[in-house]
Design a protein. Sequence first.
Length: 146
Amino acid sequence: MKHRYRLLLASALAFSVMAISSKETATGMDGVIEYEASVLPVLQKKCMSCHGTTTERPFFYDLPIVSRWTRPYVDRKIQTALTSFEILPSFSGAEEETIDEYAAKLRRALQEKRMPPTPYLLLHPDHRLTEEEGQLIVEWATSEEG
Ligand code: HEC
């Protein structure tokens, strides 16, 4: 009985150590979630097709005949997306004000669940942000806004 109790205690301890160390990969020394390590990979995976420079286009972009209409539609969307928000690969050299504004835009769009746009999600359901990803980005943005 005593032995079992010790085993239980040991595994509880091991679990809490694991929980602490996994938390440390997402947060920096001062507890601030690091942009490049945690936020950027999510943005690159789920938002880059409209908010970054990529050659990825939807299948209907190259479809014969309909591409006459779909191409300008996609090009225009990406143009609008890029002018209102462009994913920054790093903050080196960026002004404090630029980062603040970037974080604020990101936080608002995600809190209001505006991004990624619903029509896009119908075709790319795997690009929907998970609850955790959304929270992580909003938390990072809030800490960045000060
Ligand atoms: C299908 C293309 C598309 C995808 C994918 C997409 N966006 Fe957007 N995004 C847009 C367009 C178009 C706009 C500009 C018009 C608008 O605000 O609806 C925009 C605007 C924004 C803005 C600026 C809003 C403002 O208030 O100025 C932010 C921030 C943003 N998107 C974040 C994201 C994030 C984060 C993701 C991924 C989780 C994402 N977007 C995925 C098309 C896209």
